[in-house]
Design a protein. Structure first.
Length: 333
């Protein structure tokens, strides 16, 4: 057999093995649906009723699953920390209070370090929720509620390394977190509050948090000469390249931009610096409110291919300006 043919066969074997692992883990997760019962609903109740922290704990690979699950809970409205059982046994049990719920994760349910916490947790008064594959294990017998993934065949060729079991634990933990999220009526805005550094968090900022205002707002009254409008645009901090034209009671009546000026100079040779801005301004500008989301402003700017949008109060008076550059500054676009 040639070297090329051998390499092809080797690749096929590797891909076949990888596909087998994926099928086994996918099948394991799919089978969890049939295991959902009243105990899962009880687990949701425990999390929702928890007045303290959901303290997630586990050893080894189950501990890594627990760290991820704790992070998911915390980021979706359920205060949570991860506590390693060994550290807990050496003083960190002081982090736990009677109002806390301990989510203990162990595939076998017989992890010595984790089960050593059961007695102390009972003395503290915390509730115990077990996520395990050992429905008749020590952990399960001492828990207030059990979510049982059942006995799982590992995808490891030796049937030893945690693979399918950790996928199952993670999937069922995610299911718990997402049901809790939904029952808390946790919103996109709530999610953004906990993710200010992420793209979604930035998109869900309110317009009032990023708009230009005060001295950065280029306002001119109706009837202002074009030459003065240009001076206002150029003198405004940040040089927004736009002027918001106001009428009676400060209500927005139009908008004029550097782009409008350039087009006028090209198309209308009779234009003069003394022309009133009202003759050339856009009279139906796109606007937005201060409580609306930056995501909404981004949509308007992109849809209508404009660079600025006026922010109005309820009386339609301009109180802010959002420039496409402002979206770049907060890394929205």
């Amino acid at each position: 057999m040639s070297h090329v043919a051998a390499e092809i066969d080797r690749t096929k074997l590797r891909l076949a093995r990888a596909a087998e692992v994926l099928r086994l883990e996918a099948r394991t997760i799919a089978n969890l649906e049939a295991r959902l019962d009243a105990r899962f609903a009880r687990a949701v109740d425990l999390v929702l009723a928890c007045q303290g922290l959901v303290v997630v704990s586990g050893v080894g690979k189950a501990g890594l699953v627990g760290q991820k699950l704790s992070a998911t809970l915390a980021s979706t409205g359920t205060p949570s920390i991860f506590l390693h059982p060994t550290e807990a046994l050496h003083g960190d049990l002081g982090r736990i209070r009677a109002q806390d719920l301990v989510l203990a994760i162990s595939n076998s349910g017989e992890s010595a370090e984790l089960n050593a916490l059961i007695g102390p947790l009972r003395k503290i008064g915390a509730s115990i929720l077990a996520l395990t594959g050992g429905g008749e294990s020590t952990l399960a017998h001492h828990a207030d509620c059990v979510i049982d993934i059942g006995r799982v065949e590992e995808a490891c060729p030796l049937k030893l390394a945690p693979t399918a079991s950790t996928s199952a634990l993670l999937a069922l933990g995610d299911a718990l977190a997402m049901v809790v999220l939904q029952e808390r009526n946790f919103s996109r805005e709530d999610y953004a509050l906990f993710h200010p550094g992420g793209t979604l968090g930035r998109k869900l900022l309110r317009i009032k948090e990023v708009m230009r205002k005060g001295e950065q707002l280029p306002l001119v009254p109706s009837g202002t000469r074009l030459v003065e409008v240009v001076r206002v645009m150029n003198r405004t901090p940040g040089r927004p390249g736009v002027a918001l034209v106001t009428g009676e009671a400060g209500v927005l009546v139009g908008i004029f931009t550097h782009g409008d000026l350039a087009r006028l100079l090209e198309r209308s040779p009779t234009i003069t610096a003394d022309d009133a801005v009202d003759l050339h301004m856009g009279k139906n500008p796109k606007t937005i409110g201060p409580e609306q989301l930056v995501e909404e402003a981004q949509h308007v700017l992109h849809e209508f291919r404009i660079d600025q949008i006026a922010v109005l109060d309820q009386a339609r008076r301009p109180i802010g300006l959002l420039d496409v550059q402002d979206l770049l500054d907060v890394r929205i676009t």
